[in-house]
Design a protein around this ligand. Structure first.
Ligand SMILES: Nc1ncnc2c1ncn2[C@@H]1O[C@H](COP(=O)(O)OP(=O)(O)OP(=O)(O)O)[C@@H](O)[C@H]1O
Length: 342
């Protein structure tokens, strides 16, 4: 949980890319031909440049929602607006070229090189081969793969995590207005997964796309999401909030149970070290204490104290000590009273 952004950071992760577009789901419903109602009636506004996570139990309709946005699945009713334009009025093939789509096992073409894979959509759009090549190499750099080494390789010559990065590069190649990601990191082992998530956050800070990401993993949702939409069966929206709000004020019994008993720990990860929590540093030999900066998470502060077996951490702002944070203070933090809107 070391890179989990705090509430403030989540709300302010930079300016959206000029190419990012808002998405508005308006009362969308999906009933499959066999009568299954996967999504009953869902409304969800998503801002340009925002990373929204859809989470909920298996079968609650997350993938159906994602695939309705790029029209791999047609909604039964309701509207989906992309930058005020109803996507049902747009040719689906044209639409999908404006939306990057990343899925669990990436779906790279096995007999094409990595560079060719990344250039898939630009090729469909008729770009010149020189432009495709330079764009593919730029994207490989951006996702941390050296184009000289990896450009000529084939997918089976890469690790799972590297293939996943190629999937992200390919989805970004034609500068889409939206990125849709369905369990993008779940096929890689937990350590590679954490690293990919960190890199992905850095990438998003740079490209600032509108992203809708589906996951089963609450830690991933808390780490990545600007806002998290918790769905229950039938695509019912239980809560749509920042990670800190979701963990701090679950809106229903369903959400409280979903975020679980260990949400106290997760809340530490989304609560920043602030000056109100500090004791004065005067009169204490603070030189040997671990240091953390104002704004880093309480989780990180606690981890620093536990690792060094210290009862306090020295808190810095612009390189200057501004106070001491005690282990006791972190563990007895007085969160605002819970509200139960259920
Ligand atoms: N083609 C289909 N025909 C009938 N029912 C379907 C079809 N595709 C999905 N469903 C049903 O719609 C519901 C929602 O499925 P969906 O795949 O969107 O859920 P999910 O939340 O993404 O699930 P998971 O987390 O297990 O991937 C499920 O009950 C599923 O069985």
């Amino acid at each position: 949980m070391d890179v989990t952004p705090d509430a403030g950071a989540a709300a302010d992760r930079g300016t959206p890319s000029p190419a990012a577009a808002p998405i508005t789901l308006e009362r969308i419903r999906k009933q499959y031909p066999d009568g299954t109602v996967a999504v009953t009636e869902l409304s969800l506004p998503i801002r340009a440049g925002e990373l929204v996570v859809l989470i909920g139990p298996s079968g609650c309709g997350k993938s159906t929602v994602l695939r309705m946005i790029n029209r791999l699945i047609e909604p039964t009713s309701g509207r989906i607006l992309l930058d005020d334009e109803d996507v049902t009025a747009v040719d689906p093939v044209q639409l999908r070229r404006r939306m990057g789509y990343v899925i669990q096992n990436v779906g790279l073409f096995p007999h094409q090189t990595i560079r060719t894979n990344v250039g898939t959509v630009p090729r469909l759009l008729g770009w010149s081969s020189a432009r495709i090549r330079s764009r593919a190499d730029e994207l490989l750099e951006l996702v941390g793969l050296d184009p000289g080494t990896f450009g000529r390789r084939y997918p089976h010559e890469l690790s799972g995590g590297q293939r996943q990065r190629v999937g992200v590069a390919r989805a970004l190649a034609a500068d889409p207005v939206v990125l849709l990601m369905d369990e993008p990191f779940s096929a890689v082992d937990p350590i590679a997964r954490t690293r990919l998530q960190e890199e992905f956050l850095r990438l998003q800070a740079e490209v600032r796309k509108t992203i809708v990401l589906v996951t089963h993993d609450l830690d991933e949702a808390v780490r990545l999401g600007d806002r998290i939409a918790v769905l229950s069966q039938g695509g019912k929206l239980e809560q749509y909030d920042t990670p800190a709000k979701l963990l701090g004020e679950p809106a229903s019994k369903f959400v409280r149970e979903f975020v679980g008993a260990d949400r106290g720990i997760r809340r530490l990860a989304v609560t920043p070290v602030s000056r109100e929590l500090l004791d004065p540093v005067e009169g204490v030999d603070a030189e040997k204490l671990p240091t953390v900066t104002v704004g880093s998470s309480l989780y990180d502060a606690l981890a620093a104290m536990l690792v060094t077996n210290a009862d306090h951490a020295r808190v810095l702002h612009d390189g200057q000590s501004v106070g001491l944070l005690s282990r006791h203070r972190v563990l007895s933090i007085d969160y605002p009273a819970e509200t139960d809107r259920a």
